[in-house]
Design a binder for this molecule. Structure first.
Ligand SMILES: NC(=O)c1ccc[n+]([C@@H]2O[C@H](COP(=O)([O-])OP(=O)(O)OC[C@H]3O[C@@H](n4cnc5c(N)ncnc54)[C@H](O)[C@@H]3O)[C@@H](O)[C@H]2O)c1
Length: 251
């Protein structure tokens, strides 16, 4: 099977870190014109300049900003075929006792992981429907399917919500040629938070984590990107509403 995104325009959020960047690279290598978005200017800008991609700085938890981003892509390319929402993560938080969590902690994680996914899909729906074509891929997590290794209550809740949103988007939009799927990665050392988490396990804890993975190795950002590329391809036109675990196998 040969996957080509020639003539397609893609928007990848969360492009200041490993997984979003790997997805952007994969899409570009297969011929897509790629727009990047993140709240973190510096990380994304360096990457964008290095790879000749268009970067947009935005807080995507804000509805106006998410809609303005889609308008900017449409203004630039007059099309938006592929929307990959990889922004999210833990927003610098670590697992804490339940009574220590305040409204701002809770909201920051929901805004990045769920609100942003909804506002972006809402904004992209009109141009995709008009084109009769669209691919939406949300980056969920194993934490969207079971309790999280991070121990962060809001993260688990937000990723579960993202799984539900993805299924609802599929039911709403697939009749117009717009598929909506999610990829649920296992643990990947792709950003400062996951690196700190890995280091906190110590040698024994790291070994236990790897031993619980059927393939006996951690994932790489490219493992996640490869699954996204398939779901974003023309070949995946009859796959929608699915949550694909990409985690090396878990018992
Ligand atoms: N690394 C892992 O082990 C792992 C496992 C499962 C799922 N994930 C998910 O994969 C995705 C990518 O993760 P990653 O490991 O590359 O790093 P990450 O989780 O740090 O990436 C999140 C990116 O989103 C950006 N972001 C956060 N809030 C934003 C907002 N409001 N508006 C715009 N951008 C915002 C951040 O600046 C960051 O670049 C995330 O959604 C994460 O939850 C990661």
């Amino acid at each position: 099977m040969h996957i080509s995104f020639s003539g397609r325009t893609a928007l990848v959020t969360g492009a200041a870190q490993g997984i979003g960047q790997a997805i952007a690279l994969g899409l570009a290598a297969a011929g897509a014109r790629v727009h990047l978005a993140d709240i973190d200017h510096d990380g994304m800008q360096r990457f964008a300049v290095q790879h000749g991609m268009t970067a947009h700085v935005a807080d995507l938890g804000d509805r106006t900003a998410a809609h303005a981003l889609v308008d900017a892509v449409m203004g630039h390319d007059a099309r938006l075929d592929i929307l990959v929402h990889a922004a999210g993560g833990v927003r610098g938080q670590v697992g804490r006792p339940i009574e220590d969590i305040g409204p701002a902690d809770w909201r920051a994680i929901f805004e990045a992981n769920v609100d942003a996914a909804f506002w972006l899909a809402q904004a992209a729906a009109a141009p995709m429907r008009a084109a009769g074509y669209g691919r939406i891929v949300n980056i969920a997590s194993g934490a969207g399917l079971r309790p999280s290794l991070t121990g962060i209550q809001a993260y688990t809740s937000a990723k579960h919500a993202l799984v539900g949103l993805t299924r609802q988007l599929s039911q709403d939009l697939a009749r117009f040629g717009i598929t909506a799927n999610a990829v649920a990665p296992g643990f990947v050392r792709s950003n400062p938070a996951s690196e700190r988490q890995w280091q906190s396990y110590g040698a024994d804890g790291q070994q236990r984590l790897v031993d619980a993975i059927h393939t006996r190795r951690l994932g790489q950002p490219a493992d996640i990107a490869n699954a996204v590329l398939f779901l974003a391809s023309d070949q995946a036109s009859w796959i929608t509403g699915e949550i694909l675990s990409v985690d090396g196998g878990r018992s």
